[in-house]
Ligand binder design. Structure first.
Ligand SMILES: *[C@@H]1O[C@H](CO)[C@@H](O)[C@H](O)[C@H]1NC(C)=O
Ligand SMILES: *[C@@H]1O[C@H](CO)[C@@H](O)[C@H](O)[C@H]1NC(C)=O
Ligand SMILES: *[C@@H]1O[C@H](CO)[C@@H](O)[C@H](O)[C@H]1NC(C)=O
Ligand SMILES: *[C@@H]1O[C@H](CO)[C@@H](O)[C@H](O)[C@H]1NC(C)=O
Ligand SMILES: *[C@@H]1O[C@H](CO)[C@@H](O)[C@H](O)[C@H]1NC(C)=O
Ligand SMILES: *[C@@H]1O[C@H](CO)[C@@H](O)[C@H](O)[C@H]1NC(C)=O
Ligand SMILES: *[C@@H]1O[C@H](CO)[C@@H](O)[C@H](O)[C@H]1NC(C)=O
Ligand SMILES: *[C@@H]1O[C@H](CO)[C@@H](O)[C@H](O)[C@H]1NC(C)=O
Ligand SMILES: *[C@@H]1O[C@H](CO)[C@@H](O)[C@H](O)[C@H]1NC(C)=O
Ligand SMILES: *[C@@H]1O[C@H](CO)[C@@H](O)[C@H](O)[C@H]1NC(C)=O
Ligand SMILES: *[C@@H]1O[C@H](CO)[C@@H](O)[C@H](O)[C@H]1NC(C)=O
Ligand SMILES: *[C@@H]1O[C@H](CO)[C@@H](O)[C@H](O)[C@H]1NC(C)=O
Length: 431
């Protein structure tokens, strides 16, 4: 008898508990409020015996031992539209809720979602939401992942979201959220990825003093003002997108950032010098500070260590163009165009990976460096030197496939070539 009972219990556990009536009904209520022209949720509440167990319905997942609904994922069911039934909170063990792409006709995130306190992941991206984010979402104290990207949400970001201490992933990008970024986010030690791009956020950036675990911060394409914070404790930061804002002041020192880093600060109103340390940071991989008002002297900048992409274009930088002075470098893309650099064309022979070099619209003069070096490294690269350059050497010989472009003339050179420069026209000869 005992053996028989244990066997029965064992079989029950193996086959999983079926769902409880109250939750089955809550799901049927949910379905009731959703239009489903493509019959994606057909089996929900179907008359067949095998459709009785809501744990087996498409998009529903249950705890195998208790039979309670813990997940609802309708992201792969297309064509759904409607409203969220007020019965949903009856699924009070729900951990994962993914309603991506449903066309919510009320355009609203219901406040009652704030009572799903077990929720760890909430996804309502591209769901036609046009109203403010309810502050009640700040009651979701277990929330780890919140994704509301690609709606038309308005109003400001609730302060309470910055107090969700388990949150590691926040994506509110591409909405119409305004106002300031709540200070609470600057001191948020669990956040790893934060995406607020493409809104109309204004005010200044919080001081990111407590974001020890932040690896990606995207605040580009907003209306942020004021200076850049110091990011002094952000040793995990590896992607910082702040382009297309109205940030001013100088570029802070990123020496505390220990990870391989991409830093895009283009299209702001930053001024002052580029910190000399920036060129030496071993982990700074991609840097774009173009379209600012930086007015420093580049002569001492040794920005050619481990970067792959360096754009300083469209600033007011002066001094001599920096060179690689023999350093081994991974630089592939250099853009110093639209500045006030003078002196001779720099030597980038220490950058063997170079594929793009734009020095146009500066005040450089003199010769192209000799074939032994500068042009030898250029195996298939684009060099833009600009019209202002006065080339005095009559003949340059190099072995490379290079596109040399000036504003009005270009040549595509595929072979060993001799260039003869005469009265600022150049001719190529295949040898
Ligand atoms: C429940 O069982 C299914 C298959 O029987 C399994 O894939 C899933 O991982 C189990 N879930 C839990 C929480 O044990
Ligand atoms: C969003 O709602 C508008 C009207 O409220 C509707 O015209 C549009 O098709 C909806 N978009 C999507 C992607 O469902
Ligand atoms: C939920 O949030 C609201 C507003 O933030 C608050 O007034 C309410 O007390 C919270 N409810 C619970 C159960 O925490
Ligand atoms: C900042 O955004 C809020 C909300 O969108 C708006 O009311 C306010 O006027 C904006 N302030 C500025 C200076 O743009
Ligand atoms: C950051 O949070 C910690 C505790 O979470 C608190 O002690 C500290 O005062 C906060 N700092 C700021 C600047 O808000
Ligand atoms: C930050 O990350 C570390 C390492 O992954 C982890 O141990 C720690 O708990 C995280 N901090 C918070 C507040 O989540
Ligand atoms: C950043 O640090 C520098 C010196 O380390 C200081 O002068 C500056 O005021 C700080 N900026 C902010 C926004 O805290
Ligand atoms: C910035 O905004 C402009 C205009 O909205 C857009 O064309 C551009 O691609 C954006 N990005 C950068 C890096 O400038
Ligand atoms: C930055 O802009 C603010 C206004 O948004 C201004 O008050 C401040 O003086 C500016 N700072 C610098 C260094 O230009
Ligand atoms: C730039 O710095 C170099 C060396 O530090 C100096 O010789 C030069 O005069 C400076 N140029 C300008 C325009 O300040
Ligand atoms: C490279 O730059 C350094 C420092 O500005 C300078 O001393 C050196 O002469 C330059 N080398 C070449 C080949 O231009
Ligand atoms: C360039 O090379 C030629 C021959 O190899 C040499 O005569 C000339 O002095 C070199 N010019 C420069 C500026 O190094």
């Amino acid at each position: 008898m005992l053996v028989y009972v244990s066997l029965l219990v064992c079989v029950l556990i193996m086959s999983g508990e079926s769902c409880i009536d109250k939750e089955r009904q809550a799901l049927l209520d949910f379905k009731e409020d959703i239009q489903d022209p493509q019959n994606m949720l057909q089996e929900w509440g179907g008359s067949l015996e095998e459709n009785k167990d809501c744990c087996k319905w498409v998009g529903v997942s249950c705890n195998n031992h208790t039979g309670r609904v813990i997940g609802l994922d309708l992201s792969t069911s297309s064509g759904l539209a409607g409203n969220i039934s007020p019965s949903l909170p009856l699924l009070n063990q729900l951990r994962y809720l993914n309603l991506y792409g449903i066309d919510f006709l009320s355009n609203t995130i219901p406040t009652f979602l704030g009572s799903l306190t077990k929720l760890q992941s909430l996804v309502m991206s591209e769901a036609n939401l046009t109203r403010p984010i309810p502050s009640q979402l700040g009651n979701l104290s277990s929330l780890v992942h919140l994704d509301l990207t690609g709606n038309h949400l308005v109003g400001s970001i609730p302060f309470s979201l910055g107090e969700l201490r388990s949150l590691t992933y926040l994506d509110l990008s591409f909405n119409q959220l305004g106002g300031v970024i709540p200070e609470s986010f600057g001191n948020h030690s669990s956040l790893i990825q934060m995406y607020l791009s493409g809104n109309i956020l204004n005010g200044s950036m919080p001081d990111f003093v407590g974001c020890l675990n932040l690896t990606e911060l995207h605040l580009n394409d907003n209306n942020l003002h004021g200076g850049l914070p110091n990011f002094t404790k952000c040793s995990s930061l590896s992607v910082l997108y702040l382009f297309n804002n109205s940030l001013n002041g100088s570029i802070p020192d990123f020496t505390d950032c220990l990870s391989q880093m991409t830093l895009y600060l283009a299209n702001n109103q930053l001024s002052g010098n580029i910190p000399n340390t920036m060129g030496q940071l071993p982990n700074l991989v991609n840097v774009d500070v173009s379209h600012n008002s930086l007015d420093g002297n580049l002569s001492d900048f040794t920005g050619c260590q481990s970067q792959q992409h360096l754009s300083l274009s469209s600033n007011r930088l002066s001094g001599n163009s920096p060179n690689s002075s023999g350093q081994v470098s991974n630089l592939q893309h250099i853009d110093f165009s639209y500045n006030s650099l003078h002196g001779s064309i720099p030597d980038f022979t220490g950058c063997p990976s170079l594929t793009w070099l734009d020095l146009s619209s500066n005040r450089l003069s003199g010769n192209l460096p000799n074939s032994t070096g500068f042009l030898e490294i250029c195996l298939s690269c684009v060099i833009l030197i600009g019209d202002r350059l006065s080339l005095t050497s009559p003949t340059i010989h190099f072995q490379a496939a290079c596109l040399i472009v000036s504003k009005t003339r270009y040549l595509f050179l595929n072979y060993q070539i001799t260039i003869v420069w005469q009265n600022s026209f150049f001719f190529g000869f295949i040898v």
